[in-house]
Each structure stands twice: as structure tokens, then as C-alpha cells.
Write a protein that binds this ligand. Structure first.
Ligand code: SAM
Length: 285
């Protein structure tokens, strides 16, 4: 089968099957061999790897994955794409095509059944309307993950990689950094897709920590504190946390905890690192 990264080949397949792009599924197909090669190289895919691809589309990146990986599972929600994938991937024996919504799958079970519980790599050009839910589901499912290399909206990539004190820094940055080390590996212009998205894109690699970078008494409490801090971004941390009834902490308790950490009582949440949020959550719990 011809390389679908070449725009003319993608157009031929779309015409042959009279395929109509569905906006509700975030369908923007890659038509740029350089970008495809860059993604495969950044993810470091080799024959020892089991790769989960979310949203294969017509199979453009899947072809590249099959050429490099040991085994590939491609999960696609749009049933109209399944016959196309069966044709474009017919020469590969190391791929399974699954017609499912990735958010409805038991990801931990996939790793157990398909890869003997060993760590898997996720590679995807994600549908932008559900980028964050997918990333959080991958981490929170506690499936054994080695890395997640994904194309996302540029602005979302910036938020994932952001450092304290910057305007991009927020709950998403902290959640991603809790589970992985984030690195933007390429910026990708709208021209690399069909149809062209309205926004710029970036490829980000999240290399999962083998051990948690911080030790917390209660993970859920840590994330509740993080969310409360950024819900009211303009407020001081002590007001933000005291105003959130689900935390049941007083302004005085927050001030005392901050003081014992050597931080000002009027500090804003956007200044605190993951390590400081972890320390604060342990003091308040
Ligand atoms: N991988 C292809 C490429 O790079 O050309 C397509 C990428 S396109 C941005 C996103 C793909 O994800 C589409 O094929 C879309 O149908 C699929 N998709 C959207 N929501 C999904 C979901 N919840 N579960 C699985 N696939 C989904």
C-alpha cells in the first residue's frame, strides 16, 4: 500500500471510499512524511515495543508504527474508517484494529492481556476536542505506561510543559508532571494536515516516571488542592483553598502550613512547584 503521508495518496483513498470528515471526531489527517518520521523517532519505537495508537484515521501513522514496532493496537471510534483501515493496513500482520471509543476501554486490561502487563507506548495524533480527558485517562487508569508521544494543540502542549510562575502553568501542567517528564519535540503547522486545523499543533513526548517524583499521603487530596488553587487563579492560595468547601481547611491553617514551608501567606498557587504542592497537601491532610 502506498505511503498515506503523501497527500495525493490520502486524497485518493478518501475519494475511493467517499469518506466525509467528521468534525465531531476531531478528524485532521496527517499528510506530512517529515512530521510522521519525527513522531516515530521521538517515540523511539522498536521491535520490542507494543504500541497503542488512539485514532488511526485512515492508517497513515499506523503504517509507520507497523514498520517499526513489534505489535500495534489501533483504536478508532468512527466505524466508517474501519473498512478503509482494513485495506490500508492489509499487508501488516502486527496490527489489530479495534472499533471503540478509547475512553470506554479498560486500558489496564489491554496491557495485561496484550503485553503480559509490560509497559506500553502510546503514540497518537489526538482528536483535539478530548485531548485532556484522554491524557488523564491514560495516567489515571494506572496502565503500565512507558511513554505517551502525541500531537496536540500547541497551546495545550505549552500548558503541559509549563513551569511555575508562567501564565501557561496550571492544573494540567502539574498533573502531567506528577506522572511524566514532558518535552515538546516538534511544532507542526496547519498545512501538515487535511483538512487544515485552525490552530497550530505540537508533538509532545511524556516519558512516564518509574517512581512518583513526590510522596503524598493522599493523591486525591493533592489534586483537589491543585484544582482549587487554579480555579481562583487571581486569589491568594489561602483564600482559594479556604473558599473551597470540599477541602475543609481554614485560612489560618493554610497560612500556618505555608509559613512552616518558608512561603509567604499571600503567595498565589501559580508560584508553587509540584514538590511544594505535595508538601502543602501533606501538611493540610
Ligand atoms: N492518526 C490519524 C492521522 O494522523 O492522520 C488521524 C488523527 S485525527 C486528528 C483523530 C482520530 O481520532 C480520528 O480518526 C477520529 O475519528 C479518532 N477519534 C476521535 N475520538 C475518538 C475516541 N474517543 N476514541 C478513538 N478514536 C477517536
Amino acid at each position: 500500500m502506498a505511503n498515506l503521508g503523501i497527500p495525493q495518496n490520502t486524497i485518493s483513498i478518501i475519494q475511493k471510499y467517499d469518506f466525509h470528515f467528521q468534525k465531531k471526531f476531531g478528524q485532521n489527517f496527517l499528510i506530512d512524511p517529515h512530521v510522521l518520521e519525527k513522531i516515530i523517532a521521538s517515540a523511539g519505537i522498536g521491535r520490542e515495543d507494543f504500541v497503542l495508537e488512539i485514532g488511526p484515521g485512515i492508517g497513515t501513522m499506523t503504517q509507520y508504527l507497523c514498520e517499526h514496532a513489534g505489535q500495534v493496537m489501533a483504536v478508532e471510534i468512527d466505524k466508517n474508517l474501519i473498512p478503509i483501515l482494513e485495506e490500508t493496513l492489509q499487508e501488516y500482520q502486527n496490527v489489530s484494529i479495534v472499533n471503540q471509543d478509547i475512553l470506554k476501554m479498560d486500558l489496564k486490561e489491554i496491557a495485561e492481556k496484550e503485553n503480559d502487563g509490560k509497559r506500553i507506548k502510546v503514540v497518537a495524533n489526538l482528536p483535539y476536542y478530548i485531548t485532556t480527558p484522554i491524557i488523564m485517562e491514560l495516567f489515571e487508569s494506572r496502565m503500565p505506561l512507558e511513554s505517551v508521544t502525541v500531537m496536540v494543540q500547541k497551546e495545550v502542549a505549552d500548558r503541559m510543559q509549563a513551569e511555575p510562575g508562567t501564565k501557561e502553568y496550571g492544573a494540567l501542567s502539574l498533573a502531567v508532571q506528577y506522572y511524566a517528564e514532558a518535552e515538546i519535540v516538534a511544532n507542526v503547522p496547519p498545512n501538515s494536515f487535511l483538512p487544515r486545523p485552525k490552530v497550530g499543533s505540537a508533538v509532545i513526548r511524556l516519558t512516564c516516571h518509574k517512581e512518583n517524583p513526590v510522596q503524598v499521603k493522599d493523591e486525591r487530596f493533592l489534586f483537589r488542592i491543585i484544582r482549587a488553587s487554579f480555579n481562583q487563579r487571581r486569589k491568594t492560595l489561602q483564600n482559594g483553598l479556604a473558599n473551597d468547601p470540599s477541602l475543609s481547611v481554614s485560612k489560618e491553617q493554610v497560612a500556618e502550613a505555608l509559613e512552616s514551608m518558608g512561603l509567604s501567606a499571600t503567595i498565589r498557587g501559580e508560584r508553587l512547584s509540584l514538590q511544594e504542592f505535595a508538601a502543602l497537601s501533606n501538611l493540610l491532610k
